[in-house]
Design a protein around this ligand. Structure first.
Ligand code: KIV
Ligand code: NA
Length: 264
């Protein structure tokens, strides 16, 4: 199967073929999602929550994402590897944005994602000029949770036009795609119709060009199940059962049995 590139995703939009994206931060999930035909693996700063145990992506470090990006890139062939620019790595200056973007690319990413609209256009333009494809991220932007006042749907009512204008500005600055998070479905559909580049929704309805979920939510491992999440498996129960049975077997003296034992 041919490697997915940013241009492939634009072709998918033209063909009306939905783009599939999942987060991934480690070798096994990356190889499984590759085999499953997922198009884009997002090494998201959600790793701060899903891997490192923080309650916000504000605490995710650039170095964490660099390390996880390497793991994912080494473990998949076909998917496009998209890595998040962490909180604080692009807000200070255009120079810092490019430097951190370069580090993500050298770790194995084929593109980077940053949050925000018109306020980050200089960064988007500079990254694209440096040869780094950029994905935008609008609507609820978790790195700004303290500013936004919690996990809330964005772009409602009179704020809709501003979100659409941000999306158009990101496209004009050279973004190859835009993630729409927690946006009313009619607005997400309007953005999707307006843009030539694909939109990838999370909590933004079926009218986007593709969808993304955090993999531990998708697989029922996290137990995080807000309205916009569907758990397609019950990994939490499965893993729980395995760990309980392992513990019981060890305590009962049933594991290891002779077949798991070296006699000499
Ligand atoms: O970090 C992440 O998982 C994300 C997705 C929710 C889009 O940015
Ligand atoms: Na993110």
């Amino acid at each position: 199967p041919r490697k997915i590139r940013t241009h492939t995703l634009r072709d998918f939009k033209k063909e009306g073929r939905a783009i599939t994206m999942l987060t991934s931060y480690d070798t096994f999930s990356a190889s499984i999602f590759d085999e499953a035909g997922i198009d884009v693996l997002l090494v998201g700063d959600s790793a701060g929550n899903t891997v490192l145990g923080f309650d916000s992506t504000v605490y995710t470090k650039h170095e964490d994402i660099v390390r996880f990006t390497g793991a994912v890139a080494r473990s998949c062939e076909r998917p496009l590897v998209l890595a998040d620019l962490a909180f604080g790595t692009y807000q200070v200056s255009v120079e810092e944005a490019v430097r951190h973007g370069v580090e993500l690319m050298q770790a194995g990413a084929q593109a980077v994602k940053l949050e925000g609209g018109r306020e980050v256009l200089p960064q988007v333009e500079a990254l694209v000029r440096a040869g780094i494809p950029v994905c935008g991220h609008l609507g609820f932007t978790p790195q700004s949770v303290n500013q936004l006042g919690g996990f809330k749907v964005q772009g409602r009512g009179e704020k809709a036009d501003a979100l659409l204008a941000d999306a158009v500005a990101l496209q004009e600055a050279g973004a190859f795609a835009v993630v729409l998070e927690l946006v009313p479905a009619p607005l997400a559909a309007r953005v999707t119709e307006t843009l030539d580049v694909p939109t990838i929704g999370i909590g933004a309805g079926a009218g986007c060009d593709g969808q993304v979920l955090v993999w531990q939510d998708m697989a029922g491992l996290s137990g995080f199940k807000p309205r916009f999440v569907k758990a397609f498996a019950d990994l939490r129960s499965n893993l729980m059962r395995a760990a309980c049975e392992y513990g019981d077997a060890v305590r009962a003296g049933e594991f290891p049995s002779p077949e798991h034992t070296f006699e000499k």
